[in-house]
Unconditional design. Sequence first.
Length: 289
Amino acid sequence: MRLTVELIQNSLSYINPLKDRELDLRVIESWIDTYRFACVWTYVGHKIPAIENLGIAKDQDAIDFTDNNISSLGNFPFFPRLRMLLLARNRINHIHPKLAASIPNLTTLVLTSNNLGELADLDPLGDLSSLTHLVLMENPITRKEVRYLFEGGLPLYLFSSDARIQHYRLWVIWRIPNVRFLDYRKVKDAERAQAKELFGTREEPTALASKIMGIKSRTFDVPSTTPGQLAPADKAIRVKLTDKERKKVEKMIREAKSLQEITRLERELNEGRIPGGAFDDDEDSEMKM
C-alpha cells in the first residue's frame, strides 16, 4: 500500500506518553481468543514501500513507521519539529545522504530488524547533530558471524570472522559522536576513547577506518541527463535496486518519451524512491494482497 495523502489523513495522530504529537502509520489488528475469552492485539503494518507525501502531515514530533516495507530512509519534507522516528521491522538498506537537512532536530531513531549491511551505510546519520538515542539491533551489521573449531566433539574456541562486525559498536560511537545511548546501552567515556584509538580522527582516520569507509552496499547509478548525454560523476544518483528493478528502470529510461518523464524518474531516484512500475513482481503481488 502506498503512503498516499488519504492514508496519512485517515491515520491516527495523538499525544503520546512523552507529550509529543505522534503520527501512527502502523496497523493494529484485533481478534478474540475464544479459549481465554480475551481480546488480542497485533501490529501488522500497512506494508508501505516508500516514504512520500509527508508534507500533508504538517508538524509532528514523532512518526511510527513500524512493521512496513520501507527500503530507503529519506524523502522527508523539511520537518524541524520531528524528534523521533520509529522504523523497526522494515527493509531499510539505504539512508539518504541529505537526511539531516530534512529532519535536523531528530533525537531518537529506531531501526531494529532492517537490512543495513555495511558500517559505511550509516555515515549520513553522523550529520544528525541532535541524534542521541539510536537502535540498530538485528541488522546484518550487528550480527556476529561465529566460527567454531571442534576438538573431541567440543568447541575449542570461537571468534568473529568479520572485523567490520566485530567493531560495530565502536564504529557507530566514532562516526556518530553525539549518540549517548546505542542499542539501549549508555555510551561510556571509555568506549569513546577506545573508538578514537582504533579509528583515529575524522581528519586523520586510521587504515582500518579508511578501509571500512570504502565499503558500502551495492548501489545502482542512474544518469540524470537527457538521452545521449553522460551524467557528471558528482551528480550520480545512488539508489539500491534489485536486479529486476534495475532492468525495469533502464527500460523506463530508454522508453521515456519526454524530458519531463526523465526528470520525474531522476527526482524519484534522487529522493531514494523506486519509481512506480519498477518494483519486483513479488513485491507488487504482496502489496496487492
